[in-house]
Design a protein around this ligand. Structure first.
Ligand code: ADP
Length: 267
């Protein structure tokens, strides 16, 4: 019984991976056709609006497909990430810098407070960037106007912690255990902002593969704090050059129509 269940789950996962991969082509085709039509001066205003909708929706669907593929690959090879000494402080600074303009655009105040200039951990820099970016992106998306986002990086004796705190819409206690599930969206955020509802599932997977803990505390309409706790890199753990295992986390630059969401350039 368990074997049959596992085999059908595996089939679904394979199907998701194959479907996401196969859908990329037709989606890109539809988007390109609409973009060409938009460039044609003979296209009338009504058609122009329709073509623009196609371009925008195709861009969103492309992001969702890419995230589904990331998770499908994670299912297939959960530990398939590079493990190298990386500077978490540098990563956090870079992601803050990259997201600052979007926060400012929305009238949000973003600050970074840290007790260290460097924080060595063992991991995959591209995946870690994506992890911090997901938390910051959510903090921006679910903030209230003129809100404040505080990022804290602390290096302690045995661990490094990153906290992303916002004073936004918060999450109800009943939703808290579910927000890391794929395609879950908590109630107040429905219809408020657009998202693929896969970000935290990817964040959780990246945290797990780094032996990090991802925790959240939240109060509805007061805000949320997402906390990452990484084991510190000890001298004994520094891997030799050949201990790197293949990087399979493929991330493309993402941008969504008018509502631009640029993920860090990770590949
Ligand atoms: P999405 O693309 O919808 O943001 P996520 O997986 O990143 O998907 O998040 C899942 C859900 O968790 C969101 O839809 C939202 O309801 C909730 N959530 C995540 N981060 C926050 C936050 N900082 N403040 C309030 N709600 C949040």
């Amino acid at each position: 019984m368990l074997d049959r269940l596992e085999s059908s789950v595996n089939q679904i996962k394979r199907f998701t991976a194959d479907a996401s991969h196969e859908l990329r082509g037709p989606l890109t085709f539809a988007r390109t056709v609409a973009e060409i039509a938009l460039k044609d001066p003979g296209t009338d205003a009504a058609s122009r609006a329709a073509f623009q909708d196609i371009v925008d929706e195709a861009a969103k669907a492309a992001i969702m497909l890419e995230e589904m593929l990331t998770l499908a690959r994670a299912d297939a090879a959960p530990a398939n990430l590079v493990r190298m000494p990386v500077d978490l402080a540098l990563i956090v600074r870079e992601v803050c810098k990259a997201t600052q303009p979007r926060a400012a655009e929305q009238g949000l105040h973003l600050s970074l407070v840290t007790n260290t200039a460097t924080a060595s951990i063992l991991g995959d820099a591209a995946a870690l960037k994506r992890l911090v970016w997901i938390l910051l992106d959510n903090a921006i998306k679910y903030s209230k106007p003129n809100g404040t986002i505080r990022v804290r990086l602390n290096l302690l004796a045995d661990r490094a912690t990153v906290e992303v705190e916002d004073d936004g819409i918060g999450i109800a206690p009943a939703d808290l255990p579910l927000i890391f599930d794929r395609f879950y969206r908590a109630d107040p955020s429905r219809g408020l902002v657009e998202g693929n509802d896969l970000g935290l599932a990817i964040a959780q997977w990246i945290a797990e593969t780094h032996k990090a803990q991802l925790a959240v505390q939240s109060e509805p309409w007061h805000g949320s704090v997402f906390q990452l706790t990484f084991p510190r890199l000890s001298a004994l753990e520094v891997p030799s050059a050949d201990s790197t295992i293949g990087l399979e986390l493929l991330v493309e630059n993402r941008s969504v129509g008018g509502n631009s969401q640029q993920s860090p350039a990770v590949q």
